[in-house]
Design a protein around this ligand. Structure first.
Ligand code: AP5
Ligand code: MG
Length: 214
């Protein structure tokens, strides 16, 4: 099962993708997490990506496409995967489609997690992420057991650099301009599914499993 998660920044793509990956036993591939890991490790890719990410802009397609095409070709992705944060532009979607077509495959579902802009900024200021393992919390909705400390690995929780309100606003503009057109793109392919992302996380997940099947 090959799944794409669509939705604005902070819609809950990462939260739901983790649950999907666990239930259906497929890898969760998040381009944002891949870039953040590269930034943390000080790689060349990380240095390049950071200059765009900190401004709320998209990393150029040429730095993203090959990385993802390579990742989905790895052994653990043979039975499918859930892509979170990719594709984000029409050229990225076309590049993914042609790479899959070349091996006789295709995307099965594009799930759009729908959340209005006004909810997003509130959510993002409450998000805390683990510097080490990438686990995500929310000060109100999923607080860690101990303030500022990751439940999973015990390391420090931080506010992401790009979660400052002014950067979130820029990310939303970029989303509407460059990523939202993918909704029409996947609707035309007949694989777009919409879920309401404003309800409780467990209810969002229930709506997704209704679509994907038991
Ligand atoms: P990325 O890391 O993908 O960021 P994003 O798309 O902006 O999405 P987020 O991770 O911020 O939000 P999410 O939808 O995963 O929400 P989450 O589950 O955490 O990308 C970062 C940057 O990298 C981009 O800006 C770009 O520069 C670059 N990049 C990445 N991929 C790229 C690509 N393909 N091309 C070019 N550039 C790329 O939830 C948010 C918060 O809300 C959490 O605190 C969560 O606990 C809470 N929450 C979740 N669900 C609910 C709910 N139902 N109710 C209440 N709270 C909830
Ligand atoms: Mg995310």
């Amino acid at each position: 099962m090959k799944i794409i998660m669509l939705g604005a920044p902070g819609a809950g793509k990462g939260t739901q993708a983790k649950k999907i990956a666990e239930k259906y036993m497929i890898p969760h591939i998040s381009t944002g997490d891949i870039f953040r890991a590269n930034i943390k490790n000080g790689t060349e890719l990380g240095k390049k990506a950071k200059t765009y990410m900190d401004q709320g802009l998209l990393v150029p397609d040429e730095l993203v496409v090959d990385l993802v095409v390579d990742r989905v070709g790895q052994d653990d992705a043979k039975n499918g995967y859930v892509l979170d944060g990719f594709p984000r532009t029409i050229p990225q979607a076309q590049a993914l489609d042609s790479a899959l077509e070349a091996i006789g495959e295709k995307v099965d579902y594009a799930i759009n997690v729908e959340v209005p802009d006004e909810n997003i900024i509130r959510r993002m200021s409450g998000r805390r992420a683990c510097v080490a393992c990438g686990a995500t919390y929310h000060l109100v909705h999923i607080p860690p057991k101990q303030e500022g400390i990751c439940d999973t690995c015990g390391k420090e929780l931080i506010l992401r650099d790009d979660d400052k309100p002014e950067t979130v606003k820029k990310r939303l503009d970029v989303y509407h301009e460059q990523t939202q057109p993918l909704i029409d793109y996947y609707t035309e392919k007949g694989i777009l599914k919409e879920v309401d992302g404003t309800v409780d996380m467990a209810d969002v997940f229930a709506a997704i499993t209704d679509i994907l099947g038991a």
